[in-house]
Design a protein around this ligand. Structure first.
Ligand code: THU
Length: 127
């Protein structure tokens, strides 16, 4: 198993998901080979919950990373879990048409590009 997949599965174990019980991990590799991880962090008001992908992106940005090569999202579903709509927008903003691997703890994986999930993005090119 590659290091980025291991990092996403491992980050998932830190998920704070007492309300949904749905634990998600994410890992992002930057252009310098650094790995940035995130897990979902829920809140009793529900709406303030942040997904694993956004935690990973914002952690990476706050650490100075700016170019990203690959993203992995880990959840325990047989039908592999894709990023939600809000996370697709954030991933597009910072990672562009990045390679994205979905994975579960039983080793099932699927690799695609963000563009496949987010075909007509709104971004800064329209401003
Ligand atoms: N969640 C993520 O962290 N990432 C996804 O891609 C899908 C959903 C979280 C949000 C919430 O804590 C729980 O999963 C159920 O929606």
């Amino acid at each position: 198993m590659d290091a980025l997949i291991e990092a996403a599965l491992s980050a998932r174990r830190h998920a704070h998901a007492p309300f949904s019980k749905f634990q998600v991990g994410a890992a992002i590799a930057d252009s310098e080979g650094r790995i940035h991880t995130g897990c979902n962090v829920e809140n009793a008001t529900y709406g303030l919950t942040i997904c694993a992908e956004r935690v990973a992106v914002f952690k990476a940005i706050s650490e100075g990373a700016r170019e990203f090569r690959r993203v992995v999202v880990a959840a325990d579903t047989d039908n592999l879990t894709p990023p939600c709509g809000a996370c697709r927008q954030i991933l597009w903003e910072f990672c562009g048409d990045v390679e994205l691997t979905l994975v579960n703890p039983r080793g099932k994986t699927e690799t695609l590009r963000l563009r496949d999930l987010f075909p007509r993005p709104f971004d800064a090119s329209f401003l």
